[in-house]
Structures are given as C-alpha cells and as structure tokens.
Design a protein around this ligand. Sequence first.
Ligand code: LLP
Length: 387
Amino acid sequence: MLKGNFPVESFEKIKTPFYYYDMSLLRRTLDRVKQELAKSPDFVLHYAIKANANPVILSTISSAGFGADCVSGGEVRAALSNGFRPDAVVFAGVGKTDEDILFSLKAGIARFNVESVEELEVIDSLAASLNLIAPVSLRVNPDVGAHTNAKITTGLSENKFGINYEQLDSVLAKALKLKNVEYKGLHFHIGSQILDMSDFASLCNRINSLVESLRAKDLPLGDINVGGGLGVDYHHPNHLDVADFEAYFDVFRKHLTLPRGCKVHFELGRSIVAPCGSLISRVLYVKQGTSRKFAILDASMTELVRPAMYKAYHRVENLSSNESEEIYDVVGPVCESSDVFVKEASLDKCHRGDIVAVRSAGAYGEAMASCYNCRPLPKSYFSDMMP
Ligand code: LLP
C-alpha cells in the first residue's frame, strides 16, 4: 500500500522511529534550483550542511554540482568526504577552533567567512604558520530583522554573529593590511524560515548601500554572499513540496545592484532538504484523558527537537488508517512536558501500532537529534534504497 508517496508496507517491516527521505523529491528540488541558477550565471549555491549532514543526502547534493556551507570543522570534513570540492567549501561560525582553521587551510577551502576582528587575527597567524594565504570574507551584520521565529533570526546589529556595520571599515582596513589573509568579499545572513520576500529585498537594499559606501571610500568589494533563509510551507507539504525558488532568486535579480561580474553566493539549507524528509514513527498508545486524547508515539523530541525548541509546526499524518479524523495531542515518550509534536491535530483515527509520518522534517531534524533519555540516534532510509 502507498499512502501519499509513502511505502507503508516497507515501513511496517522496519523498527521505528526512523527518518525517511524521498530522493526523487530531493532530486526534483535540486533540478529546480539548477534551472534558477542557469538564469543567472553569477549566482552560486553552497548548500548549508547544518540542515542535514546525512552522507547520502550530502553526496546527492554534491553530485548535483553545488558547493557546501559549513559551520564547524566536522562539517568541513563531512563536505570533503562526501564529494564537495575544497574550492567550493565556505566556512562560517563565530567560534572556529585553531584545529579547524588549520585543517581547512591545509584542505584549501574556498573561503573563511570571518565573524570578528579577533578571529581574523587568529586566521592570519595560523595561515602564516603554514606559509599560506587564507581567503576571507567578512560577515557583516546587516541589521535587517526578518519576519520569523526570534530564535532563528541572526541579522540584527547586536548579535554574536558577524561584524557590526559601524565596525566594518576598520575590520576591512585590517584585512587589507594583514599579510596572510586575502580579502575576498562580504557575507550576510538574516535568519531562517523566511517566507516574506520583502525581508530579502531589505537585505538587498542594505547590501546596495554598503557597496555604494565602499565604492565612495575606494575600498574593494570582492563578491557577495547573501546567506540562506528561504522558508518552506510546513502546513501544506503535499501541495507545495518544492520551495518557491523562482520568487526567491527573482528578489536578488531584481533588487541587487552589483558591479558586472560580481558573484553572488547563496547558502540555502532548509529549502533544499526540509520537504524530502519525514520522521516515521509508530503509535504506542492512544490515551484517553479527561478532555483530550493523546497519540503517544515512539518518536520524540530526541529525533526531532524543532517543535519543543522553537514551537515549530510539523504536519503529522497517520499512514495506516483511512478512518475519519479525530483530534489528538501528538506526543513523544521523553520525560519532558515539551515533548509534544503538535497539539489538537486532526489525524485519521489512530490505533496502537499505526504508522505516522511527521512531515517536512528533512532540515534540522536528523542533524539535531540527541541521545537524551539514553535513546539511540535515529537511522535513515531512502526511497530508492528501501530494504
Ligand atoms: N548561512 C548561515 C550563515 C546560517 O547561519 C544558516 C542557518 C544558513 C546559511 C542556512 O539557513 P537556511 O537556508 O537553512 O534557513 N535549527 C533552526 C534553524 C537554524 C538556522 C541556523 N543558520 C531550525 O530548526 O529552524
């Protein structure tokens, strides 16, 4: 039996919970992105590995010819061992360790996205110790507030991320003076799960005025990295299964006014991988409370922490039943009252043993899993390699 695009009979033979990835949807998504990039030869995509670092997902994305955006030495290693070329790897993060910087220098990555003057100095001295020149971009805090969850906005001025607008000139002067770094451009990122395209237009306007002021001061620009952030429709995973990449890239085509030939780098994570992943679980118990009914799953916040951590919504579907819908609080077994997937969800009538899918969980799902309560990390299965 197939319900939606799910091979439920195969699921029944597998120990739950686990992640299931629809690889044809991932490939369709990558093709859509490629079509958009083909319209703008100066646009370059680096997939943000933090969203999902599963090796099968990484090698599928690297085979599509994209680069990688990393935020730790572990991610740089994951990128390199899953087919991303070093010259297509960029490395951001406010707390890069000496070990990670040295490793990345030796590997010959494309760019360090530097988040402070202190970090710039350390990269310079570590590059000097290896007799290398580190390619650096400066991450600027554009002071653009995105319309999204406060826990996932990053572009406001006083923030652990990036260099404040007012300090940019002096940090840039320093980057130009240091002997073992080569200034290559500017990096921005305003936040995640952004669906209001006017936020990206505001970022473009901010970049345009910054570019103008650098030009007026005769300072070099290099290239521009606009970060990631495009959101997905968590409420309608069956209708809108590919994010609106055309609308997104059109904003940058329309609003960014950069010198000819200036490359624009993008670091999309969620919009590439969220839709193709689902967390598959079994109903352990259907518990009747006094005023509520609970569907207690064998999956929990340890496999998918987003609802507990950000109050994020994920649609839950019962794949085993076609009986009329009832209302449930869908919860996990972990010993935390925040271990709730969704409250008052309409699900086809649930029974013990039913298989349910927690949808749009391909981004920041498996990648954020933990072993709390001594639970094992979830396994993953792929539509084109089902047992
Ligand atoms: N570039 C930088 C510098 C970032 O900090 C991020 C995400 C991205 C790119 C990718 O953004 P995306 O296209 O995926 O929105 N765990 C949270 C999301 C944290 C995002 C952190 N930075 C969640 O589950 O919603």
